[in-house]
Design a protein. Structure first.
Length: 131
């Protein structure tokens, strides 16, 4: 179930004129549509990041530029209080929260894989595969 943003067809031409430079925040929604779920907004932004990654990967390889993205899951950082770690670990099929080193390893992998471009590498303990 999605959410109707209430923009109508008239808004899309103005977005196209901006040449796909698009930033979406909940405050941009009409007031009566702010009830959209966090998951809807997260899907929109992650989908946009994935599309931009692929588009840029097609546009720049002849200039020697590879474009990839890393999509982290819930990481063990100061953002999450230690008392929440057990609960958050259960959100991942691997049964643990990610560590900063997991992200570092993913970036090093991408750096050392010169034939990889246009990829969104999910470093989320299988969460994006479904849980």
């Amino acid at each position: 179930m999605g959410c109707d943003l209430g923009w109508g067809d008239a808004s899309w031409p103005s977005l196209k004129r901006r040449n796909a430079q698009f930033r979406f925040e909940q405050r941009d929604l009409p007031r009566n549509h702010r009830r959209c779920s966090v998951e809807s907004v997260a899907s929109l932004t992650k989908g946009g990041l994935n599309a931009a990654t692929k588009s840029l990967a097609i546009e720049y390889p002849k200039k020697g530029v590879r474009v990839n993205a890393v999509a982290p899951g819930v990481m063990k950082t100061p953002m999450h209080a230690p008392e929440t770690h057990e609960f958050l670990a259960k959100l991942h099929p691997v049964g643990r929260m990610g560590e900063i080193q997991d992200i570092v390893d993913a970036i090093v992998f991408l750096e050392n894989a010169p034939f990889v471009t246009g990829e969104m590498l999910h470093v989320d303990g299988g969460q994006s595969a479904g849980h």
